[in-house]
Design a protein around this ligand. Sequence first.
Ligand SMILES: [Zn+2]
Length: 267
Amino acid sequence: MNRVTVIGSGNAFNTDGRAHACYLVESDGGSNSDETTSVLLDCGATSLYRLQQEGVDLNGIDAVLLTHFHGDHFAGLPFILLEMSLVCGRKRPLHIFGPPGVAAACQAIVDLCYPGFRFAFDIEYAVLDARSPENAQTQQHGRPQSFQNFTIIPYPIEHRPESTGYRLVAKGAANSDGGSFAFSGDALFDQQLIALVDGVDLALVELTMQEQWDPPVAHLALDEVRARGRELKAKRLVYTHITDDLARQVVAEGLGEVASDGLTLNF
Ligand SMILES: [Zn+2]
């Protein structure tokens, strides 16, 4: 079982009542494992509210994985940590993975929201550097990180300086590769995005605007998807970070699938 639950499929403005970016990615590691790994991929400001609506057990979350440090992608973290500490009685460590600066960014937003609060569990930060010099010449991505039932591979993405897209490759039976999943975070439509999603079983890619601006901003626009969407060669492509109006057009024109809050996708 490899599964993504869309907790929030919306943009920064919660247009059409869609929640901020947040995705629960789970894998049982194939038939040889009885332990499920649960990774929360981005956690925008509305995430705890939506996780409660979906009935997600926060004690079951093993790690948080962040694409960049905009509020619609990580400002829900203080509330999730507070819930884990005060309500769930969490004692085991929580892993937080993200681009360089992840520990400082997370500590800063937690300190602003709840100054001096001490959580009842340890947070173990790890940097996934998609742009590390040793890989820049030879690879399109940074060093893969093995985490329980997943291998997490960071890809550089053009949006914010730290922006990182991820591939999560689930472990299959007998330690073979299982399904693969990619998430863009927020992104410019360029060769780096194309490399991130190339050949994966399932990709979630942002789509924010109707038309690209001049000069371009680092978000996908529907006119680009019409012109270049076929360059995104995932086996299954689902657009997210979306509005109802964009979603209707994507489906009506057969450009791909669209996410909605609460949708589950297997990979
Ligand atoms: Zn965003």
